[in-house]
Design a binder for this molecule. Structure first.
Ligand code: ATP
Ligand code: MG
Length: 300
């Protein structure tokens, strides 16, 4: 409802993983480059992890839209399926429905499909979101899929995306064969303080089009103390930034103001967390913002 007042075409702080809004923080940029590299060079297994709300699904959607001209993707969003159900879903999303109910039948159908793709010079990638919820049996089935290969290359690149628990899961003894096959591991971290500010203006800019954030031209400005407070309460987690900014903008709109103040951000925080509830996320040590820390994407 504040769209026309702020001259915005669409909501700037939506909760959906819309790739048009992708902001490439240093970690997101490294991760995206690593995923593209892993798929292009047919590296087999790739793992992308990150805390809740750090942008894994958004990054993956951006990846698919960037690569889909050259790569056939199968995207599985609901890994809580039986092994056979998962294989069926994989084939279906590749546009290769296979009737067989058996695991072998599904794998054979997939193999034939992937060989045809290879013959046409196409690459194929399987993307499993929420992969931390996969059962050990399903992960084992994926390992078997990764054995689909020619002498020269993997037929399908498998991208496992999930919360940090995925990393722990992969260290289980029964999954050590799979763990050893993961050639690229990326980890998304929350944004730093400066990135949080840039992220806010980036989203406003995408929502309003070119020039939408320059103050004289209309739109809205977040004053520095508001952004500092925002970083403190969100710890740089994009989903929380969206939540707080959406409410803060509503506060500003209620007063027909073009400047979002710290007081408005504090009100927004109360709206989101409840009057008593400080819900500043508890970020684990490995997720704490390390300023200009090292790469989150070591290749193993
Ligand atoms: N790099 C980014 N650029 C733009 N928006 C982002 C970015 N990262 C996250 N967001 C926004 O934050 C919200 C949460 O992102 P997303 O759903 O991708 O997180 P996630 O890591 O997949 O979370 P979950 O663990 O709950 O699945 C979305 O509204 C998304 O648009
Ligand atoms: Mg997600």
């Amino acid at each position: 409802m504040y769209l026309s007042f702020y001259n915005l075409r669409t909501e700037p702080f939506n909760m959906t993983p819309d790739p048009r809004f992708l902001f490439l923080s240093r970690h997101h940029e490294i991760a995206l480059a690593s995923l593209i590299y892993g798929i292009q060079f047919r590296k087999g297994f790739i793992a992308l992890t990150g805390e809740v709300g750090t942008g894994k699904s958004t990054l993956c959607r951006a990846l698919v839209s960037k690569m889909k001209k050259d790569v056939d993707f199968s995207v599985v969003l609901n890994p809580l399926l039986s092994v056979e159900g998962m294989l069926k879903a994989i084939n279906q999303d590749f546009g290769n429905p296979i009737d067989s109910r058996s695991m072998d039948g599904q794998i054979e159908g997939l193999n034939q499909f992937l060989l045809q793709k290879l013959a046409k010079g196409r690459n194929a990638a399987l993307l499993i979101d929420e992969a931390h919820t996969l059962s050990v049996q399903a992960l084992e089935a994926l390992r078997i899929l990764s054995n689909l290969e020619t002498d020269q290359s993997k037929l399908v690149q498998i991208l496992l995306v999930g919360q940090p628990e995925l990393e722990a899961k992969l260290t289980q003894t029964e999954l050590r064969q799979l763990n050893q096959r993961i050639s690229i591991r990326c980890r998304l971290e929350p944004l730093g303080a400066t990135e949080t500010r840039t992220y806010v203006y980036h989203r406003l800019s995408v929502a309003g089009g070119q020039g939408s954030v320059s103050f004289g031209k209309r739109c809205v400005v977040f004053e520095d103390p508001a952004l500092e407070f925002l970083y403190k309460i969100s710890q740089g987690v994009p989903r929380l930034i969206n939540l707080y900014c959406d409410r803060a903008l509503l506060q500003a709109f209620a007063q027909r103001q073009r400047v979002v103040t710290k007081a408005m951000m504090q009100e927004a925080r109360k709206d989101v967390d409840g009057v008593t509830g400080p819900s500043a996320p508890k970020i684990s040590k490995s997720l704490s913002w390390k300023g200009k820390g090292g790469s989150s994407c070591p290749s193993s």
